[in-house]
Design a protein around this ligand. Structure first.
Ligand code: SF4
Ligand code: SF4
Length: 236
């Protein structure tokens, strides 16, 4: 029993008159730092074609083995990026990702960047494996959704030189054939791979898949952009 029971309320009274530190989240979302590492985004060229070339460098750079990429060849009839290859399947497993940004540093085309979006919590494991469709940047003014033809008279180099600023007049999306659309149906995966209508869960991945739940096997390497709070190309 304290000598003076009222003295015990001293701490309470002092705290009552201090500035409140409580943040009214989620009603009020405190702005992040401009270079905050949030959810990833796969960026597009100004005409809507995709910047990802399916090279898998981001996957090899990831220390948490959180990225799964499958590249495929573009054709004149079905073109997703200006060059030879594109990312047919692209997944980031946010159960494993530590938002370090090394994948962004590794990307040679600036296809992969990070937004300021930090609201990544969800109620199932599958929903935290983001597919290409979820990661791909939205269409901005002047863009036409991929697949579509390259800008007439332009080369892949011209795209990276900034000479293409919007889709050519008359550009329309090309017809997607079976196997061409990213993760749109189960036949976008090979026979040994899981159905792609849902994200590939850890339990479904083939043995040796770099995104399974086994301890990381690939070595990390040295080490972006999005339609989050930052617009088409987010903070790196
Ligand atoms: S931010 Fe880091 S952990 Fe997450 S996918 Fe990129 S490299 Fe992997
Ligand atoms: S996001 Fe960049 S590094 Fe990753 S596969 Fe696409 S082009 Fe390569």
């Amino acid at each position: 029993m304290p000598e003076n029971p009222v003295a015990g309320f001293g701490v309470t009274f002092k705290a009552m008159f201090k500035k409140r530190l409580t943040e009214q989240y989620p009603e009020y979302k405190k702005p992040t730092a401009p270079r905050f590492h949030g959810r990833h985004q796969l960026n597009r060229h100004p005409d809507g074609l995709e910047k990802c070339v399916g090279c898998e460098l981001c996957a090899w750079a990831c220390p948490a083995d959180a990225i799964y990429v499958e590249g495929a060849d573009n054709t004149d009839e079905e073109r997703y990026s200006p060059g030879e290859r594109y990312g047919r399947v692209y997944q980031i497993n946010y159960l494993r990702c530590i938002l370090c940004g090394l994948c962004v540093e590794a990307c040679p085309t600036r296809a992969l960047t990070m937004t300021n979006d930090y609201e990544l919590a969800d109620s199932s494991r599958e929903s935290l494996i983001y597919t290409k469709e979820e990661l791909l940047a939205g269409l901005q003014e002047g863009m036409v959704d991929s697949p579509h033809a390259i800008y007439p008279g332009m080369t892949e180099k011209d795209y990276y030189s900034g000479l293409v600023t919007e889709a050519a007049p008359g550009t329309v999306p090309q017809e997607v054939h079976a196997g061409g659309a990213p993760q749109a149906s189960s036949d976008t995966f090979g026979p040994m791979e899981p159905a792609a209508s849902a994200p590939v869960s850890d339990a479904d991945r083939p043995e040796g898949d770099p995104t399974d739940t086994a301890p990381a096997q690939t070595a990390s390497a040295s080490g972006g952009q999005a339609a989050g709070p930052q617009g088409a190309e987010g903070a790196r």
